[in-house]
Design a binder for this molecule. Structure first.
Ligand SMILES: Cc1cc2nc3c(=O)[nH]c(=O)nc-3n(C[C@H](O)[C@H](O)[C@H](O)COP(=O)(O)OP(=O)(O)OC[C@H]3O[C@@H](n4cnc5c(N)ncnc54)[C@H](O)[C@@H]3O)c2cc1C
Length: 345
């Protein structure tokens, strides 16, 4: 019989990140599908009790925690020591955690210490006759693989946005605190601060319902023979403000700024979607002034409903890449959309 462990860090305010609740949902469902295997919850953080209470109704038989100021901040050495202690105490054979940058970095090392195995960026799973199989994508989301493993413990990192979040009730959890003594060598790294854009300047919003993609067409000469960059900036930023959409970009547009040309001031290479960019997850996507070429649209794998606005009826979107293509001037479409959005607010 497998023993399933849900593992997470706890935010500084005592809450669990949304991706962790997805991992918990997966852990709980996997436990049920494997013949009601025992489920444990493991938490790492400064003060994990509020987070344990938040998930008290998840059905875990044990709540294990490594707590204290040394475990408050993300740091490989302390996170790995905490995760190792929790996995050993739980005698876990399957460990489920969110594939955040923190755990993607740490859990492969913990798997090595425990002589187990690890799969990152897991997007799906199935259980048949007591055998668990996982799904993940390869080659920039072009091929899907199904994996089974016999080695244990098996660490499973689920991609944020790919799983249903656990949404059960809170309560009072009895937390077993595990003592982990950290040598000085494991505390050399300290987080001295966080540099982040202000909320309004932050254009990448993973939880947004809509992804707006801006392509290089916004910087091109238009019908009057002129470029209209200030207008493009205003139209896009107004749309983002009115919808709280996340902003994606094509590689061409991002590269223009690298070449010193004037482009949208709020774009960075982090906005790039595609083969050499990101593969965001949103229920809807709207591409504007973007040609819809394969290396870009491969990043749309997890966008459920796709629409595009392009002057060119033969653009890539017209070739099965989008559900709806509006053959239209994006400057006019976005201006009209913004007016409607402002009126409806
Ligand atoms: C190895 C490799 C990896 C790559 N990785 C990526 C990647 O990760 N992401 C990525 O995006 N690309 C990637 N590319 C590049 C990709 O092939 C395209 O070159 C790029 O996506 C084109 O960007 P674009 O559509 O914005 O620009 P363009 O191809 O210049 O298209 C601009 C579009 O804007 C339209 N347009 C202009 N004015 C208007 C208007 N007023 N209204 C409506 N439409 C208008 C035009 O009709 C045109 O279709 C990669 C390429 C290679 C070779």
């Amino acid at each position: 019989m497998e023993t399933i462990l849900f593992l997470s860090d706890v935010d500084a305010d005592g809450t669990l990140p949304p991706a962790a609740l997805e991992a918990l949902g997966t852990a709980k469902s996997v436990a049920a599908a494997l013949g009601n295997a025992p489920l444990a919850a493991g938490l790492v953080g400064g003060a994990p009790q509020p987070a344990a209470d938040r998930i008290a109704g998840c059905g875990a038989g044990r709540f294990l925690a490594v707590a204290g100021p040394a475990f408050d901040q993300p740091r490989y050495a302390s996170d790995a020591a905490a995760a190792e202690a929790i996995c050993r105490a739980a005698q876990a054979t399957i460990v489920v955690a969110a594939a955040t940058s923190r755990w993607n970095r740490v859990l492969p090392g913990v798997a090595q210490r425990l002589q187990g195995c690890v799969d990152t960026h897991v997007t799906g799973w199935a259980a048949k006759d007591g055998v668990l199989s996982l799904t993940r994508w390869y080659y920039r989301q072009r091929m899907e693989g199904v994996l089974r493993r016999s080695a244990r413990p098996w660490f499973i990192l689920t991609d944020p946005g790919s799983q249903a979040a656990w949404a059960g009730g809170a309560g009072q959890a009895v937390v077993e605190a595990l003592a982990v003594s950290l040598p000085d060598a494991c505390q050399r790294t300290t987080v001295t601060g966080v540099q982040a854009p202000t909320a309004d300047a932050q254009t990448i919003r993973p939880d947004a319902k809509l992804l707006l993609v801006a392509g290089a067409g916004w910087t091109k000469k238009q019908a009057d023979g002129q470029t209209h960059l200030p207008e493009a900036e205003r139209l896009i930023s107004d749309f983002l403000r009115l919808t709280r959409a996340s902003l994606g970009s094509s590689k061409s547009l991002v590269d223009l700024s690298g070449e010193g040309q004037a482009v949208l001031s709020f774009l960075t290479h982090l906005n790039q979607v595609g083969q050499t960019g990101s593969t965001p997850r949103h229920p809807k996507g709207l591409a504007t002034c973007c040609h819809g070429e394969e290396p870009h649209t491969v990043g749309w794998r997890f966008i459920a409903e796709r629409r595009a606005v392009n002057l060119d009826p033969n653009c890539g979107w017209a070739r099965g890449k989008a559900d709806v293509l509006y053959v239209a001037d994006a400057f006019a479409v976005m201006a009209g959309l913004n007016t409607l959005l402002a009126e409806s607010q």
